[in-house]
Ligand binder design. Structure first.
Ligand code: CA
Length: 226
């Protein structure tokens, strides 16, 4: 699944240029051309990264940064600024931007910053968990096997999330019960078998290879089939 990048830039030509370059690199791109539309798009579409112009009609890029951070949104933000003053850079970083690029910039520079931020964000805060052709997004709660969207119930999602957070580690039945169902779960511990069966049916609906394996007498492990 490609990363979704939101570009908030009021100069139409520059916005188009950035959009095309990012699309060429394989990103999904959406564009907003003023501050209010940018803030709304950031909140509604949960992009993986925002390329945010500082000077915008409506509300400024700086203010968008502040508002997103105030509500706990940790999306990586790269500020575009025509200003090259040290104090402005500090203000941008203080407002919660992760990086900035000074206009005029080369597209290579912007792309390098984008890659660096996406990489750093994934390492620090893996909103998206991936293993083999399986990916899970903790924010949108979407799960994909390749290009196929998989509908999971809340518990199936929690179980898969726990497995994806610990790839290739054997998780005991007790660990799974505790993390997915909670300490005080009093029901039948066969519940794990039942849910693993549901999960496999959905993950292997197109005859895909098995990823959730049984470790007899112990528990389960997420690994590729051998
Ligand atoms: Ca502008």
């Amino acid at each position: 699944m490609a990363f979704h990048i939101l570009v908030v830039e009021d100069e139409a030509k520059l916005a188009k240029f950035i959009e095309l370059e990012l699309k060429y690199e394989g990103y999904n791109v959406s564009v907003a051309s003023d501050g209010f539309a940018g803030l709304a798009a950031a909140r509604e579409s949960h992009p993986d990264l925002i390329v945010l112009d500082w000077m915008l009609p409506g509300i400024s890029g700086l203010e968008i940064c502040r508002r997103l951070r105030t509500t706990g949104d940790k999306v990586p933000i790269i500020l575009l600024t025509a200003k090259d003053e040290i104090s402005d850079r500090v203000a941008g970083l203080d407002a919660g931007a992760d990086d900035y690029v000074v206009k005029p910039f080369s597209v290579e520079e912007l792309l390098a910053r984008v890659r660096a931020q996406l990489r750093r964000n994934q390492e620090e805060n893996p909103d998206r968990l991936e293993f083999a052709d399986l990916s899970l997004n903790r924010t949108t709660r979407e799960v994909y096997r390749g290009d196929r969207l998989i509908e999971l119930t809340a518990k199936e999602f929690d179980l898969l999330e726990y497995l994806l957070a610990h790839p290739r580690q054997v998780l005991t039945r007790d660990q799974i019960l505790e993390k997915v169902w909670g300490y005080d779960f009093m029901g039948d511990s066969n519940i794990i078998e039942v849910y693993v069966r549901y999960l496999r049916l959905k993950l292997e609906a197109n005859n895909e290879s098995r990823l959730v394996h049984t470790v007899r007498g112990v528990g389960y492990v997420l690994r590729e089939s051998q």
